[in-house]
Design a binder for this molecule. Structure first.
Ligand code: SOE
Length: 388
């Protein structure tokens, strides 16, 4: 392998672990034009960040993200911290000439996302690139879905149906973590998981949302402060102090797309039994397709020109002709959640080496941010609710 691409990452929780795995794994399964080096990890607590760096495979650690940006031996900043820090870190990194990979949603407001996009455009002119981590684009079955839409196999898209269903907040005593604090996360289910289906739906369908009509709901208004953090949620002290939940628990909206399609979206972390049901279904004039992340190696396809009413057929998306899969296991052994992050690194490194804009760009992510803001504005406008 040739020249190196030295990475500095900020944050080491769920996303930090997923990104670390991707930086480590990508060059082992794909031939990359630049060799990623896991140069430094940043976090606030010196002992915890040093331990995380060792565990996740980083060469060194820093206790201030600004130090990563100052270091001459770092080429790219990977941002895996809550949304309230995205704009400050990304803009500082781009202005310092470092490429940026930023977790989604891009920011906590349209205003921040606009500033980030302006910084990314200015940096691009200097050959410095920014990408937003809508990782599901790199799930092979969703990438195949996009390929089918682009081939014209679906005809004109009429319906877009997208859901992201999880259940890890159903317990009323799940602790008040940062994902439930608007000042840190920007929004709740809407930005954390709804952003993924907004991006995926627009990307696969090849059209953009032009307007929405929405409702948001917060079922559990207060939660224990502290408690045992496990995974994303955990178990809190039922009798201890509580604090306010300042984000939505569930987000639902209808949408119109610029090609005439109509859409229905639902994002919740209260769908008992649904663990990571990230689903996209499109109905076109010639065919339909359906994807569910809980069955992520499959894409369901119904072609009206095939045997009439034969139903949806399953495409097992594990074969060498499918996106990304040829570099992995032989004869259909299948992939998992982490592979999309690895593919994200592969595409990012390739784009940087070729001097091309990686996708999704910050401008693409800004479009998602505008939809998030429109959903919140629509949900807040009670005059649009028709009571019965
Ligand atoms: C990261 O991409 C992410 O959206 C997390 O923030 C969610 O909590 C997770 O459930 C899906 O992935």
């Amino acid at each position: 392998m040739s020249e190196s691409l030295n990475v500095g990452m900020v944050g080491y929780a769920f996303m930090g672990a997923a990104h670390s795995h991707a930086w480590r794994t990508a060059p082992r399964f794909f031939d990359l034009p630049l060799a990623p080096r896991m140069t430094a990890l940043a976090g606030r607590d010196p002992e915890r960040v040093a331990a995380a760096a060792t565990k996740l495979g980083w060469d060194s650690s820093e206790t201030d993200w600004r130090r990563l940006i100052e270091r001459d031996d770092i080429d790219l900043i990977d941002i895996c911290v809550p949304g309230n820090l995205h704009a400050e870190i990304a803009i500082a990194a781009l202005e310092a000439g470092k490429h940026v990979l930023c977790e989604k949603p891009l920011a906590n407001s349209v205003e921040e996302a606009e500033r980030m996009t302006a910084a990314a455009e200015a940096a691009k002119a200097e050959g410095v690139y920014a990408m937003c981590g809508f990782s599901y684009r790199r799930t092979p079955a969703l990438a195949l879905a996009k390929r089918l839409v682009e081939s014209g196999a679906l005809g004109s898209i009429r319906h877009v149906r997208a859901q992201y269903l999880q259940d890890w907040l159903t317990d009323e005593n799940a602790p008040l973590t940062w994902r439930l604090d608007k000042s840190l996360s920007g929004s709740g289910s809407l930005g954390d998981i709804g952003a993924h289906i907004i991006d995926a739906a627009q990307w696969v369908a090849g059209s953009n949302i032009t307007g929405v009509s929405a409702i948001l709901e917060t079922f559990v208004k207060e939660r224990p402060v502290g408690g045992d953090f496990v995974g994303l949620g955990g178990v809190g002290g039922a009798d201890g102090p509580k604090g306010p939940v300042t984000v939505d628990d569930a987000a639902m909206f209808t949408a119109r797309f610029d090609d005439g399609a109509v859409g229905v979206f639902e994002a919740t972390r209260f769908a008992l039994g649904r663990k990571n049901a990230m689903r996209v279904e499109l109905n076109g004039t010639k065919a339909s397709l359906a994807f569910d992340f809980e069955d992520m190696n499959s894409l369901w396809f119904y072609d009206a020109s095939e045997e009439p009413n034969a139903g949806f057929r399953r495409i097992q998306v594990t074969e060498p002709e499918h996106p990304y899969t040829g570099n992995w296991w032989p004869v259909g052994h299948g992939l998992g959640y982490e592979h999309a992050f690895t593919h994200q690194v592969v595409d990012l490194v390739g784009a940087i080496a070729n001097g091309e804009q990686p996708t999704p760009s910050f401008a693409d992510a800004l479009r998602v941010q505008r939809v998030l803001a429109a959903v919140e504005a629509s949900a807040a406008d009670e005059s649009r609710w028709t009571a019965i």
